[in-house]
Design a protein around this ligand. Sequence first.
Ligand code: LLP
Length: 416
Amino acid sequence: MHYFQYKNNRLYAEGIPIEEIVDQVGTPCYIYSQATLERHYKTFDQAFSRIPHLICYSQKANSNLALLALFGRLGGGADIVSGGELYRALKAGIPPERIVYSGVGKTAEEIHYALKEKILLLNIESPEELKLVNEIAGRMRRKASISIRVNPDIDPKTHPYVSTGLKKNKFGISIYQSLNEYQLARSLPNIHIAGIDFHIGSQLLDIGPFREAIQKIKKLIVQLQNMDIEIQYLDLGGGLGITYSEEEPPHPKVYAQAVLKEVGPIPYTLILEPGRVLVGNAGILVTKVLYLKKGEEKNFIIVDAGMNDLLRPSLYGSYHHIQPVVRRVRTQIRADVVGPICESGDFLGKDRTLPTPDSGEFLAVMSAGAYGFSMASNYNSRPRAAEILVHEKEFHIIRKRETYAQMTALERIPGF
Ligand code: LLP
């Protein structure tokens, strides 16, 4: 459920017509609904209320400070993958003891930064990383609290670019080698073994792979106990899918029930890293129709947002529903909705049937809150879009539209 609904044929974000926002802010712009974000967070949180748990919002889905601060206020933490994401989480007021850090390529500087800030856990993804963390912690006269990110070798049955828990993927340490890794961790003087972690992929529409992964991890936990290694945290990663079109992902309650049943009574804290499920349907991208171009084979609705603003359709062939911001009775047209970027792969939707739009009118690209702005770029030297947060009848610009000057501010022309 989200709060983008038509009233008298005008699309609203909560209590404000979208048109009113874009008249002031311009397009393209991302618009998020605070009520939706809160509702999604609380639903997810309550689903796990039976046991000690920590929700570490996976900020790669959308790392705007306003969203991080909102989840932080609701009691959430952050799942981060870079020094930049750590900086954002701290700047948004998320306490370090609610931050977990995954990623196959953490640099020495990033590890140092994370240890200095005393985050909850580093999720270790290779033996070399583990040794480096030990070395850096030693130099800092600290003990580093770690989880081992285990790759459980599970097929999440999702897009190959977003499945992460298969043997052939670069993530984590193979479940078959993980006992050795824990042994190594135990032998290192500056490492404190605190947990076990996995993440099998994103946009999962079925509970099965989560259950299978937990079953494998539970066996591993028993083996660890036999070696006198006790963990305090079990991190299940993220990955729960959402509805873009006709998908029917499990409701967070169903997901939580299945997970809790599989996990059983546990003496440790569960960590969850949801991204998409919290923010995906809480945001839309609003774009203006520039031209309607009727071709011999195809019609094109050319809009002012492109693959630099929303990469998912181009990169994964993902579907995002596109609908008019103002509904009127019109003849329908079948067309590709394309952006202004100089690439044939620059499209937001293919072969869509839409009410024939006039140039100057606005379209809403739905379910764009996750991996939308966070994957945006300046390709073709297009300034990045503005971001707006709506709260009932108010809205706030949570990121200004970039200017040309800002886009080139870091560049220098050398003297030679
Ligand atoms: N934890 C880890 C370690 C992750 O790598 C990810 C996502 C998450 C949590 C959050 O997963 P979520 O709950 O959002 O599914 N750009 C792609 C998605 C890439 C996901 C990468 N990892 C897309 O637009 O579909």
